[in-house]
Design a protein around this ligand. Structure first.
Ligand SMILES: *Cc1c(COP(=O)(O)O)cnc(C)c1O
Length: 389
């Protein structure tokens, strides 16, 4: 398969070698280990003179197919696939950081990533300094002599803010930092951070990549020399993706572009509807002209994604009532599913934070996050309308 093929073609036609059965669709290699022809084959395999499968904690044909696809879709050299998005985040940091290193990150990161920075990395004397989404001018002032990694997610969760990847890429280059981007909300279809200077890209494949709420998975891709470190750490510590989940996720990638196209189309309609509703104060969707970082979103994203955030008039109580009235939209911690989902962070996922801490990440009392699914938009909008009414 040539490098020049389009996204859709790569997502479908990147496939492991056919077996002697000449199967059309990729088979599932549900095996924990692989056999050797003789002692010499085994020796050469373990010394990495041969590139071949040894044990599924290291590599497996299904996980390799999934990784190869993500590499092609992200423009990356190499990668490693994980059981979850969080194991990808943790293993990547653990592989690349030494005791005493320092991280600069955007404050608006996934909740468990925030816990990693504030509760667990400090055990190894690794500290993190945060910048806020609207204070990117401060980033350089946070960099210290021991800073090694610059980290961010864009669009952010749950406030759907946008960070300028080109700007982050330039800062990382100037200060010789590794730029690592969690590209989960955009998927490789909408945004390729490597083009803007990212060294590594992380995905939770649990979200839009699976897209149907079935399996957990994660992946880290990027520069081959860095992935080598990440791979050696991971093959010894054991966070590998199961071959079954890899098979599901590789199949899911075949339809990623058509699913995400429709997700984005639906989300834009939902955002436009919400913007016109009298009980809605503010709508945040990257491809709405009213989004504060609309121009940056247009520069780095193909479409706006499937997450819409809005501010319901009436604060916490109005948010809670809105959730209770929903009939079609589900209350769930997942996102990027075929089924539309609504959350009200101030009364649920972020209720333990103080109001000041919530506002730091853009969570106002009335903020509602909708993961727009693939149901008919008339049905999604009519449910939102009756719940807002
Ligand atoms: C869900 C998510 C993760 C963690 O992924 P899991 O597969 O749930 O471990 C990391 N980053 C972002 C942005 C996410 O949305």
């Amino acid at each position: 398969m040539s490098k020049e093929n389009h996204f859709e073609t790569q997502a479908i036609r990147t496939q492991m070698e056919r077996s002697q059965y000449l199967e059309h669709s990729t088979p599932l290699h549900l095996t924990s280990s692989f056999v050797f022809e003789d002692a010499e084959d085994m020796r050469a395999s373990f010394s990495e003179e041969k590139e071949r499968n040894i044990y599924s904690r290291f590599t497996n044909p299904n996980t390799s197919e999934f990784v190869d696809k993500i590499c092609k879709l992200e423009g990356a050299e190499a990668g490693y696939a994980y059981a979850t998005g969080m194991s990808a985040v943790f293993s990547t940091f653990a592989a690349l950081l030494n005791a005493g290193d320092h991280v600069v990150s955007c404050r608006s990161v996934f909740g468990s990533t925030h816990s990693l920075f504030t509760k667990f990395l400090p055990k190894w004397n690794i500290e993190t300094s945060y910048f806020k989404v609207n204070e990117v001018d401060n980033i350089e002032s946070l960099i210290q002599s021991n800073t090694k990694i610059l980290y961010a997610e864009t669009p952010t969760n749950p406030a759907v803010d946008i960070l300028d990847l080109e700007l982050l890429g330039n800062i990382a280059k100037k200060h010789n930092l590794l730029l690592i981007i969690d590209n989960c909300f955009a998927t490789p279809y909408l945004q390729n951070p490597i083009k803007f200077g990212a060294d590594l890209v992380i995905h939770s494949a649990t979200k839009l990549i699976d897209g149907q709420g079935r399996v957990l998975g994660g992946v880290t891709v990027g520069k081959a020399n860095l992935i080598r470190e990440v791979y050696l750490f991971s093959r010894n510590t054991g966070p590998a993706l199961s071959p079954f989940n890899a098979w599901v996720l590789s199949k899911s990638l075949e339809t990623l572009s058509v699913r995400v196209d429709r997700h984005c189309e639906n989300a834009l309609k939902v955002a436009e509807f919400l913007e016109s509703h009298k009980n809605v104060q503010l709508v945040k969707y990257p491809f709405l002209k009213s989004h504060p970082q609309y121009d940056i979103a247009k520069k780095q994203m193909k479409k706006g994604g499937n997450i819409v955030a809005f501010e319901i008039k009436g604060g916490i109580e109005a948010g809670r009532q809105f959730l209770n009235k929903l009939q079609l939209l589900l209350l769930s911690a997942n996102l990027g599913d075929t089924r539309s989902i609504a959350t009200h962070p101030a009364s649920t996922t972020h209720s333990k934070l103080s109001e000041v801490d919530r506002l730091e990440v853009g969570i106002t009392d009335g903020l509602v996050r909708v993961s727009v699914g693939l149901e008919h938009t008339d049905d999604i909008i009519s449910d939102l309308k009756q719940a807002l009414g």
